[in-house]
Design a protein around this ligand. Structure first.
Ligand code: ADP
Length: 247
């Protein structure tokens, strides 16, 4: 649930709709002793919804980590056009159930990037936190422990934390996995609203409905980009069989 920022990311005017918000060229990245992404070239369009799809282990989370600036690249280029440092919402499963944090404390962590760890939050920070919690409908859970919440509630809290960072670039790792249809729809609707309000959203997903509703789709397989385009172009019968084959 760490709040991630890329230090190289300079604040500048956000790019126009459809122009590249992020461009990666011939990118290699992975973990110590474990190369994952290979020769990846792709663009993330600004003010649009991009989905990353592919089988388990194909490198979707790794690519999100690279875009968030928390996984180092070993070759190639990663270029951001303008805007603010990205906000990263990791997989719900990556967040410890037993962390002794309340909902409000969790969302407040979204302000640390701007405020620093040790400075008190300002009145304005609190307003940002309140509005992020309101937007996700978790304000009434504010004093509850994260570990007591349902999966859908916890996911909404993590997205609130992302919103509290006030970034124009939101990266989410499988935000709807394991949720019931109602919770999934609620999150999908919110992400659509955020795009309409001027946010660039990138999500890794196994949710076919979410993938079909996106503006742009990147299909990964074994660390390589094997297709990119609109969902209609990318999500062919062959691609779907590939995505849902056992890893
Ligand atoms: P996806 O999100 O598509 O399921 P990942 O990016 O999580 O794929 O994983 C890509 C590959 O990287 C997998 O083979 C996975 O085992 C490996 N991997 C993921 N995280 C780590 C890590 N922290 N250390 C080493 N290898 C990892």
């Amino acid at each position: 649930m760490t709040t991630m920022f890329n230090n190289n990311h300079r604040e500048a005017p956000a790019p126009e709709k459809g122009s590249p918000r992020i461009r990666v060229t011939d990118l290699d990245a992975g973990y110590p002793g474990r190369p994952v992404l290979r020769q990846l070239t792709a663009e993330i369009p600004a003010l649009a919804m991009t989905v990353l799809v592919g089988p388990n282990g194909s490198g979707k989370s790794t690519l999100l980590g690279v875009l968030a600036g928390v996984i180092e690249t070993t070759a190639g280029q990663l270029r951001y056009s303008g805007g603010r440092p990205p906000a990263f919402v990791p997989q719900r499963g990556a967040v410890g159930d037993a962390l002794p944090l309340t909902v409000r404390q969790t969302v407040e962590m979204g302000r640390w990037g701007e405020r620093g760890l040790w400075r008190r939050l300002t009145v304005q920070d609190r307003t940002v936190v309140d509005s992020a919690m309101d937007r996700l409908g978790v304000a009434d859970l504010s004093g509850r422990q994260l570990g007591e919440l349902s999966g859908g509630q916890r996911q909404r809290v993590l997205i609130s934390q992302g919103l509290a960072q006030r970034s124009d670039l939101l990266l989410l790792d499988e935000p709807t996995t394991g949720l019931d249809p109602e919770a999934r729809e609620r999150i999908a609707a919110l992400l659509t609203e955020l795009v309409a309000d001027g946010t660039t959203v990138v999500q890794a997903t196994h949710d076919l409905e979410a993938a079909r509703a996106a503006d742009a789709c990147l299909l990964l397989s074994d660390g390589r980009l094997v297709a990119r385009g609109t969902p209609e172009e990318v999500l062919t019968a062959e691609a779907l069989a590939r995505i849902w084959q056992p890893a």
